[in-house]
Design a protein around this ligand. Structure first.
Ligand code: HEM
Ligand code: SF4
Length: 551
């Protein structure tokens, strides 16, 4: 876990009192909604369809149990008893009252949580792998670098008035769980021939109206130079980025228009000016941050404890274990993913009671730590294998043991028309219907790894472009219509999906998904061939035929 220092605490507390004053002025009418907008966005507050919405950052997805308890408290005290975990390691509260927002922020600040830069045209929450620091084989804990960038970019003038929002994600594993290729900057920790740690830097990824997969701009930037290199990128973006057209303002458009070669030359030029400045990071700075990440005092445990061996006889336990439990870097421990996708419920929602109970379980079984991943699930990062059966039973009682992680009902969905003022169509009810259709675990298991992503409009908050099956809601003649893509993915081989044909109506979406899945089951070469690989091998045509033959 990372421990805040005095600077962080002062900064966060000062922001709360500033915001309290701003809210007071809004409530008294001294500020118009327009004047207030800029100020509220700086504190993660949006105005949505029905109410203000409050977005809170969870840096690199790491939470202490007391922080999760405090989020539960905010949900219970100031909202309607639940929160919504998003694809960007944030949590959103949908029904917050403006007058109470400063109190909510103050309560969160006490446990080192803030909402700075969770909206507005600035550097957003620097995200990372939810298994950071515990995944076997990673180069080093990527959160050290996320934290360095967080500190450097928080309230930094160069990054506070960007042409548009800006997102960085970092991974240190071969398998990318941070979706770095769909970020403005993606960083992958690598080691050079000398054994030094550095970064492969990717730039220009992003979804939304004009989706792009990021391109590698440099294969190796030494760790000590990463801030100056990022700053060089941001300077070029600040200089050339379109401020006249919101749709063309993201760095992906600039990279596309200049071309990666020209863009990288500009960055290189800029970098040479600032590379040897105070932006070069001293080893002590990194060591200081490293020392603030503490790891549990792991015990020496057997690889296969008796408790696990005995529980393996229970098929329900095994069904859950197979897709929820992953290998840990320390023998005898596991990483447990907690599905926030129970049948019939909105993906990513957790009630205050569930959050409180999870905090207790984290204390009991995971050294008080919880992680939030971009798939809208949570994880307990340090569970002793002998505790897995007991943990499973406890999770099951809370409705948090749905055995569907990475299966077809582990759906990512944005809030869509149920909450979002920009939406063209509903997302959540589509997700709910699909979880009901595929609730049968045997069937879901037979289908295997398959990610469905749903967005209620072209902004792509639900990452539909990179879903194995992507569902995008659009509006046509006052009706909700859904475009279906297949073949997208968000991992190290990130790709955008391809449209299979004309949009379909709300009521037809689940049938179409069923058709696509049936086509896959008939077309796959062997049971191990994943949906995504079948689509890669055959393209969209056979799926298109299956879906549209009868429509
Ligand atoms: C309900 C309030 C929300 C609003 C008003 C909103 C608005 C937007 C807008 C306007 C964009 C496009 C920005 C651009 O391309 O420059 C966007 C992108 C995005 N949003 Fe949201 N969003 C909301 C909620 C969410 C939620 C709940 C999630 C997660 C489930 C989310 C995750 C994302 C992501 C990942 C993108 C990235 C697309 C990209 O690569 O640029 N947003 N959002
Ligand atoms: S994709 Fe569109 S509908 Fe969904 S949350 Fe984002 S802006 Fe709203």
């Amino acid at each position: 876990m990372y421990a805040y220092d005095e600077i962080d605490r002062t900064l966060v507390n000062e922001r709360v009192s500033e915001f309290r004053d701003q809210v007071k002025r809004r409530l008294s009418g001294e500020l118009t909604e327009d004047e207030f907008k800029l100020l509220r966005l700086q504190n993660g507050v949006y105005l949505q369809l029905h109410a203000y919405m409050f977005r809170v950052a969870i840096p690199y997805g790491t939470l202490a149990s007391k922080q999760l308890r405090r989020l539960a408290h905010v949900a219970r005290t100031y909202d309607r008893g639940y929160g919504h975990f998003t694809t960007r390691q944030n949590i959103q509260f949908n029904w917050i009252k403006l007058a109470e927002l400063p109190d909510a922020l103050a309560d969160l600040a006490e446990v080192g949580i803030h909402a700075m830069q969770t909206s507005g045209n600035n550097m957003r929450n620097v995200t990372s792998d939810q298994w950071a620091g515990v995944a076997p084989g990673e180069i080093e804990d990527p959160r050290i670098w996320s934290e360095l960038i967080r500190q450097h970019t928080t309230l930094h003038p160069e990054f506070s008035f960007l042409p548009r929002k800006f997102k960085i994600a970092i991974t240190a594993s071969d398998h990318d769980r941070a979706a770095i290729k769909i970020h403005d900057i993606g960083l992958r920790l690598v080691r050079n021939e000398k054994g030094e740690t550095g970064f492969e830097v990717l730039v220009g990824g992003g979804l939304g109206r004009t989706p792009f997969i990021a391109k590698t701009i440099k294969h190796f930037v030494h760790g000590r130079d990463i801030l100056s290199y990022i700053e060089a990128i941001l300077r070029v973006y600040n200089q050339y980025g379109r401020r006249d057209n919101i749709y063309k303002a993201r760095i992906k458009i600039l990279v596309h228009e200049l071309g990666i070669e020209k863009f990288s030359r500009e960055v290189e030029d800029e970098w040479q000016h600032i590379r040897n400045s105070s932006l070069q990071i001293d080893d002590e700075v990194i060591e200081d941050i490293r020392s603030r990440f503490t790891y549990p005092a792991y015990e020496k445990l057997p690889h296969m404890p008796d408790e696990l061996r005995q529980a393996a006889a229970d098929p329900d336990f095994e069904a859950w274990r197979k897709n929820s439990v992953a290998a840990h870097k320390v023998q005898g421990y596991s990483i447990v993913t907690i599905s926030l996708k129970p049948t019939g419920k909105p993906p990513g929602d957790a009630t205050a009671e569930q959050m409180d109970a999870l905090a207790d379980l984290a204390d009991k079984y995971s050294f008080g730590e919880i992680r939030v991943g971009h798939e809208q699930n949570l994880a307990l990062p340090h569970v002793a294998k002998r505790d897995l059966p007991a943990l499973w039973k406890a999770l099951d009682k809370l409705g948090l043991a749905t055995p569907n992680v990475n299966l077809i009902t582990d759906i990512i969905a944005c809030p869509g028309l149920d909450y979002c003022s920009l939406a063209n169509a509903r997302s959540i009810p589509i997700a709910q219907e699909l979880t009901r259709r595929f609730a049968n675990h045997e069937l879901a298991n037979l289908i295997g790894r398959l990610h469905i992503n749903i967005s209620g409009c072209i902004n792509a908050c639900g990452h539909h472009h990179v879903g194995h099956i992507g569902i995008l809601g659009v509006e046509k003649n006052g009706e909700e219509v859904y475009q279906i893509t297949i073949g997208g993915r968000a991992d190290e081989n990130a790709a955008l999906g391809n449209l299979i044909g004309p949009g379909v109506k709300f009521d037809e979406v689940a049938d179409v998904v069923e058709d696509v899945v049936e086509a896959y089951l008939a077309l796959r070469e062997r049971p191990e061939e994943l949906f995504i690989d079948t689509v890669k091998r055959l393209g969209v045509e056979p799926f298109k035929e299956r879906v549209y033959a009868t429509r």
